[in-house]
Design a protein around this ligand. Sequence first.
Ligand SMILES: [Zn+2]
Length: 103
Amino acid sequence: MNFLKQLARLFTPSGPPRADDALWLTVECNRCHEQIKARIDMRNDPSPDYDGGEFASAYTCRKVVMGSGQNRCFQQIELLLTFNTKRQLTEKTITGGKFVEEV
Ligand SMILES: [Zn+2]
């Protein structure tokens, strides 16, 4: 192992961040058409939806994103996401913008 790798390991005691910890969604503002990346922290953002039971049947997440302001647009885009118990995205709705499908 070379020196740089050792150094990198020193500063990342828990190892590299796991790819599934964050979900990135690209949305487009309805007003100025700016594309904005929304980051969903899969460990903290989704809240359990107990639906009357003892265990969570699903997880929901509400996220509000805004553009950079470079277009003098301060439209708020609200995302409502639903995940199953495996934290897989099952439903997504948006107001103020639209989802941009990743190519
Ligand atoms: Zn906008």
